[in-house]
Design a protein around this ligand. Structure first.
Ligand SMILES: [Zn+2]
Length: 267
């Protein structure tokens, strides 16, 4: 969980950043309405067939899109039958908050251990933002194996970069920060704690994380990004992992940073 202090203005940016707390309260899932699909099972606290089907279909679309961005050419292994991800949808934000102990700004959670997502049906941003964001978390969690070795900003940057709309709404903030020389140096992203920053600086931090992941994916594709994640999850330092994954492309971190800033300018 992060940033209780963030103002309503910055709410849009941080709405989905909290993804680690575990929901333990889905225990009575037998009582929930269920919609079975290929890679997802949708559980609704209050039955609504149309909503459940749409949630399933959009989750499938988000998964394909994310896998495509990561250059997967085959269907994801282990996400069928007993390996399907579960999506728990509460009837209201209040019910969602009570079940997960979430702060008022949270719109969704992804839990790696239970391979599940929780949110609520009245959320305005569910289909465009929350759902692709949380599906992206599950995919990346799985890829990182021991996900605590991969910096948190990388997880959030990736999840934000896979949202349909919200992600690109963050770009102006990072462009402005780049113009004003307020960017966090890439090697500092892991060291800086956004919770200790002002709301404005925390927004720039996440916008930068998102923009950097988008830059890597758009410029160099999913294979190299997967290598980067693999190196990080093996416990290698950020600079070392970058060097191995983007071998022959960048002379050093300064060179990478320069090209990243040029990419931002062109957005
Ligand atoms: Zn997140």
């Amino acid at each position: 969980l992060m940033q209780h202090f963030l103002s309503r203005l910055s709410l849009s940016v941080v709405l989905l950043l909290a993804s680690w707390p575990s929901f333990s309260a889905h225990a009575a899932e037998a009582l929930w309405a269920k919609y079975d699909g290929d890679h997802f099972i949708v559980f609704l606290k209050v039955p609504d067939d149309a909503f459940a089907k749409r949630a399933h279909d959009e989750a499938e679309a988000a998964l394909s899109h994310i896998l495509q961005n990561l250059s997967y050419t085959k269907p994801k292994k282990g996400w069928q039958k007993s390996g399907r991800a579960k999506i728990y949808l509460y009837e209201s934000q209040a019910a969602f908050q009570t079940a997960g102990g979430s702060p008022s700004w949270a719109a969704g959670h992804a839990n790696y251990e239970t391979k599940s997502i929780a949110s609520f049906v009245t959320s305005q941003s569910f289909f465009d933002t929350t759902l692709p964001h949380e599906v992206a978390h599950l995919v990346l969690f799985e890829l990182t194996v021991n996900f605590w070795n991969v910096p948190r900003w990388m997880h959030e940057g990736f999840a934000l970069s896979q949202e349909k709309k919200m992600g690109s709404r963050m770009d102006p903030a990072v462009k402005q920060a780049a113009r004003e020389g307020k960017m966090v140096p890439l090697t500092m992203l892991t060291i800086v704690n956004p919770a200790e920053q002002t709301p404005g600086a925390a927004n720039v931090y996440y916008a930068e994380a998102k923009a950097f992941v988008s830059f890597l994916l758009k410029k160099h594709g999913g294979h190299r990004f997967q290598t980067l994640i693999k190196k990080l999850s093996e416990g290698k330092e950020f600079e070392d992992s970058i060097e191995r994954a983007y071998k022959g492309i960048y002379d050093d971190m300064d060179d990478l940073e320069e090209k990243f800033y040029a990419f931002l300018n062109a957005l």
